[in-house]
Design a protein around this ligand. Structure first.
Ligand SMILES: Nc1nc2c(c(=O)[nH]1)N[C@H]1C(S)=C(S)[C@@H](COP(=O)(O)OP(=O)(O)OC[C@H]3O[C@@H](n4cnc5c(=O)[nH]c(N)nc54)[C@H](O)[C@@H]3O)O[C@H]1N2
Ligand SMILES: Nc1nc2c(c(=O)[nH]1)N[C@H]1C(S)=C(S)[C@@H](COP(=O)(O)OP(=O)(O)OC[C@H]3O[C@@H](n4cnc5c(=O)[nH]c(N)nc54)[C@H](O)[C@@H]3O)O[C@H]1N2
Ligand code: SF4
Ligand SMILES: [Mo]
Length: 675
């Protein structure tokens, strides 16, 4: 029998820190199992639970996938659709878009996309089409991590180059601040963290599994992180851990921040953040001597003052000189292909744009779609905003506009595709060749086709080639083949191998030995130094230096609602897999025992969460893993599969953070009472 068994190596392209290697087993030409690659340095033989389940479940289920182009036959939002041909779908879309371009201009065509797949071609090639078209882009990172990028851009000149995880071997302390690897980077949690000889410290209001296993867990009230950073800095300064030579040579603005430290004593820190003073002292004493690594999560900066928080946390490495040495550094994201030399602009066809690309924030998405003169068509691809975007009710109402011509491209019939006039079926990562990367480990992976696309589905890049042809566009870049792009990208990234060689191992690191970033201690800021004080910040109307701010705790019996990454879903993906539904159980909210007692709520009580934006019923779980005044409801359920047809984003007001027009979803406040 085993003579008919074939194994194909591929890589997971989800928006995840890990970037695991996968082995697809085929028997008699059909996929029989999808497994972790035992030879891959990250997955080491086991995928995460959600992918092990869903890749063998819903991703391969013809009943669950979108197989054909569809057109709407019922009211918007109901998902009543009928099969049409690719020809009809593409001609309909092209003629609608052309009419809008002629009558109003291309800016009235809005497109929104994110990281449904992060494989390089499927994620980026479609941008060539939209650049040529001149459509308005919903700035993708504003839903996820933009405040952090702006903040560390001001401080360090870049937030796209962090530390090489392999340098953890030389580290004495790893400080994980506002990230939850146990969910969002399960293999980093399982292998990378425990294997480092460093002492581990986690700063998270929730006692996550990673926090529970750490040497120290600091549990601040959400939104008080900048104050916590300043009280750590107070101790580091008081006890002689500031590197004065490093500060003098490689930073600007130290004198402006120094006076702010004096009053940020550990006792003040305790009063302001809820973290005991002795934990603040111990953390400073572990972090200070170094070499120390700082990992700040994307969850950390999803707050109204998230940019200030990021700048304040970044002062720890900046003032203790924990930068540019083995085992020392800071990390937010590693844009691995860029570090390796890939030209993002070329892949995205930026030169096809005739002028500046018009952009709006996700925080303005619902409002823009309400404005019929400014939004006449919407194209959603690689994202499911009807589940993931803020102001869910308002957005759903706007998506019902009869005069908003809507196209949605996905592998599955999501809430978003239910609102579309035309739905196009996307092939899954098992069905086409591509390149993948990890934004933590410095690896480039091969995504290898393991079967033909299901039904008539097509990879994103092929869909947009066909749409470009239907529009009558002629620029050669719009039609470049996958093979040609993959070959060029591998050459740009100096991988020293072609695609078929990469397919054999499945992955390749961008360097043989661990990379030490910022070793020359030059930074891409206007001064070339770390800008503790920033003229650029001041010009944007922001404080010149980070501030020891803390959010005031919610009043009027309101709770701060956190909705971070869940263990069983990847954003909104996998919520439609029945095995995952069983494992994840019904949608719930976790409350502290004292809060629960005060509310008269016990395990399993149905409770109503409510604020000015919306209301949602959830089942309560009582657990002391969170502080009083905080409620936890993980993200990523499909509204249409929930009672009331809403998920946690029905409570998300879409308030901007202080930088980058970015999401501050973890600042959401709600009242809670038993139903
Ligand atoms: N309350 C709350 N809301 C949040 C967050 C939060 O923390 N709390 N986090 C935010 C963050 S960080 C993010 S990144 C967003 C993510 O939100 P989304 O972008 O909506 O979520 P994803 O699940 O990553 O991907 C969306 C869709 O891409 C589809 N997809 C997968 N592969 C392909 C493909 O090859 N082609 C096409 N066309 N589609 C494909 C999937 O089926 C899925 O439906 O959610 C945000 N929303
Ligand atoms: N399983 C799984 N993995 C995922 C995803 C998923 O949905 N599921 N999503 C992917 C995506 S798109 C992203 S962006 C990443 C996100 O992954 P992470 O970077 O880990 O971010 P989050 O999960 O949003 O939040 C991380 C932690 O931040 C904490 N937090 C919230 N507010 C505060 C605060 O005020 N202060 C501090 N110190 N901590 C706070 C939360 O309690 C949470 O434990 O994960 C990726 N990986
Ligand atoms: S989602 Fe992340 S942890 Fe799960 S298999 Fe993919 S890369 Fe690995
Ligand atoms: Mo994200």
């Amino acid at each position: 029998m085993d003579a008919q068994l074939e194994r194909i190596r591929t890589t997971c392209p989800r928006d995840c820190y890990d970037g695991c290697g996968i082995v697809v087993e085929r028997r008699d030409g059909a996929i029989s199992r999808v497994l972790g690659d035992p030879d891959h340095p990250v997955s080491r033989g086991a995928l995460c639970g959600k992918c092990a389940t869903a890749y063998n479940g819903v991703w391969q289920d013809e009943q669950a996938r979108l197989l054909y182009p569809l057109k709407r036959t019922g009211p918007k939002g109901h998902g009543q659709l009928a099969q049409i041909s690719w020809d009809e779908a593409l001609t309909t879309i092209a003629s609608k878009l052309q009419d809008i371009v002629q009558a109003t201009g291309p800016e009235a065509i809005i497109h929104t996309h994110y990281t449904g797949t992060l494989s390089l071609l499927a994620y980026m090639f479609p941008l060539r089409f939209f650049h040529r078209l001149g459509a308005t882009e919903v700035e993708p990172d504003t839903i996820c991590n933009m405040a952090g990028h702006v903040a560390w851009g001001l401080l360090f000149g870049s937030s796209y180059v962090g530390f090489d995880p392999r340098t953890a071997a030389d580290s004495r302390c790893i400080l994980v601040w506002g990230a939850n690897p146990a969910h969002s980077a399960p293999h980093a949690h399982k292998h990378w963290l425990p294997e480092s000889p460093a002492r581990k410290i986690v700063v998270d209001p929730i006692r996550t599994e990673t926090a529970a296993q750490a040497d120290l867990h600091l549990q601040p009230f959400p939104g008080t992180d900048a104050a916590l950073a300043f009280s750590l800095l107070h101790v580091l300064h008081r006890d002689g851990f500031f590197q004065t030579d490093f500060i003098a040579e490689h930073t600007v603005g130290y004198d402006e921040v120094l006076p702010l430290l004096a009053s940020c004593t550990p006792a003040w820190g305790e009063r302001t953040t809820g973290v005991p003073a002795d934990l603040i002292e111990r953390t400073a004493h572990l972090y200070g001597p170094g070499p120390s690594l700082l990992w700040v999560g994307q969850g950390l900066q999803r707050q109204t003052t998230g940019g200030n928080v990021m700048r304040a946390c970044g002062l720890l490495p900046a003032l203790t000189g924990n930068i540019g040495k083995p085992g020392a550094g800071f990390y937010y994201l590693n844009i691995t292909p860029g570090i390796a030399g890939m030209d993002f602009d070329a892949l995205a066809g930026s030169s096809l744009a005739k002028g500046r690309v018009p952009r709006i924030s996700h925080m303005d998405f619902a409002a823009r779609l309400e404005d019929a003169s400014a939004s006449q068509a919407l194209v959603c691809w690689n994202t499911n905003p009807a589940a993931s975007a803020p102001q869910q009710q308002r957005l759903h109402a706007a998506l019902k506009r009869e005069d908003l011509f809507t196209v949605a491209i996905d592998c599955f019939p999501t809430d978003t595709t239910d609102f579309a006039d035309i739905v196009l079926p996307a092939a899954s990562f098992l069905e086409f060749d591509d390149l993948t990367f990890s934004y933590f480990h410095l690896n480039i992976g091969a995504q290898s086709k393991a079967r033909e696309p299901m039904g008539e589905s097509l990879p994103n890049q092929e869909i947009f080639r066909r749409l470009a042809a239907a529009m009558g566009f002629e620029e050669p870049a719009l039609f470049e083949s996958d093979e040609s792009i993959i070959g060029r990208l591998l050459a740009e990234m100096r991988t020293g191998c072609d695609f078929s060689t990469l397919q054999q191992t499945g992955w390749r690191s961008i360097s043989q030995t661990p990379l030490i970033f910022y070793e020359d201690l030059t930074f891409d800021t206007p001064s070339g130094k770390i800008e503790i004080a920033s003229d650029k910040a001041e010009q944007k109307g922001l404080p010149r230096v980070p501030q020891p701010w803390a959010d005031t705790q919610p009043t009027n019996n309101r709770f701060r609602l956190l909705s971070p990454a869940s263990r069983w879903r990847l954003n909104d993906s996998y919520a439609n897999d029945t095995n995952i539904q069983q494992r994840a159980g019904q949608a719930g909210v976790t409350l502290h025992p004292d809060d629960a007692a005060q509310l008269g709520v016990t395990d399993g009580t149905r409770v109503r969460l409510e604020n000015e934006t919306g209301q949602l019923e959830l089942t309560a779980t009582i657990d002391a893993i969170i502080p009083r005044g905080v409620a936890l409801a993980h993200k990523g359920r499909w509204p249409k599969l929930e009672a009331g047809r809403h998920n946690v984003n029905t409570l998300n007001p879409g308030t901007r953070s202080d930088m980058g027009e970015s999401s501050s979803v973890h600042s959401t406040e709600v009242t809670i009472r038993p139903c």
